[in-house]
Design a protein around this ligand. Sequence first.
Ligand SMILES: Cc1cc2nc3c(=O)[nH]c(=O)nc-3n(C[C@H](O)[C@H](O)[C@H](O)COP(=O)(O)O)c2cc1C
Length: 253
Amino acid sequence: MIIYFSGTGNSLAVGRKISAALNDKIIPLVEAVNQDLSSEQTIGLVYPSYDFNVPPAVRMLLPKLNINKEAYVFIVIACGAQAGNSIWTIRRVLREKGINLAYSNKIRVPDNSAIVFSRNPNDQVWKFERFAPRLEKIIDDLKNKKRALHYNSWSFMGWIMGQPKLEKKLIGSFRPASNQEKCIGCGICTKVCPMNNISLSETKKAVVGDNCTACLSCLHFCPQQAIEVGGKETIKNRQYHHPQVQVKEMMLR
Ligand SMILES: Cc1cc2nc3c(=O)[nH]c(=O)nc-3n(C[C@H](O)[C@H](O)[C@H](O)COP(=O)(O)O)c2cc1C
C-alpha cells in the first residue's frame, strides 16, 4: 500500500509512479488512518518536506496507522531541495510503534512554497526531467525491497525549525486567509484541504480554520486567486500544481 500526503500533487505523482511500478494500491494519508493496514506487506509513505522536516500533519497522523510490524516500510520525500531531518523524525515516530523504517530516499521536484517568496514554482519544472533517473533508481530499489536509509546530513536548521514553538510559528506564517471580495464560494478549497480546515460560510465565502498544516493546496488551486498568505495577493501564473495531477484528483471529499 502506498500512502501519500500532498498539497499540490508532487507527492501524489511520485506515489503514483511507485504504486504503478510495484503494482500496489495508493491512498491518501487521511484515508489510510481509517483503514486496517495490518495485512499489508509493504507500506510506502510519500510526502513533502516542510521547513527541513516532516509536515506536522504527517507526523501527527503517522502513529495512527495500523501497520504490521513485519511490513517493508519505506518513505520517499518529494522536496524542493532539502529533506532536512525528515528521515530522523519519521524513524523515531515509527520506532515508538515498534516499526522499523527499511528504506528512505528523496526526490527533488518544484518547490510549491516559492510562491510565498514571490518566486514562480513553475520555473522549476525542469526538475522532473533532471531527476527522473533518480526516481527510476528509487523504484528499482523498492522493487528489490532494498534496505537503506539515505539520510541528508543532520540539519541544525531542521532541528531548530522542528522545535514545537518555532514550528507552530513557521507553519503559522504560511497560514492562508481567504479574500472575501474575490471568493466566489466554489468550494474547491474546502475539498482539496487535507485537514478539512476550510468551510463555506452562510454567505458562501471560504473560511479558514485553525488546523492548517501549510500545504498551500487552497492557495494553488483557487480559481479566483482568493487565497492569500502573509497578506500577499496570489499571482495567477505563479499558482502551481503537478502538471499530471488535476484538481479533481486532489479532492478528498
Ligand atoms: C510550508 C512549506 C515548507 C517547505 N519547506 C521545504 C523545505 O524545507 N525544503 C524543501 O526542499 N522543500 C520545502 N518545501 C517545498 C515542498 O517540499 C515541495 O514543493 C513538495 O514537493 C510539495 O509537495 P506536494 O506537491 O505533494 O504538496 C516546502 C513547502 C511548504 C508548503
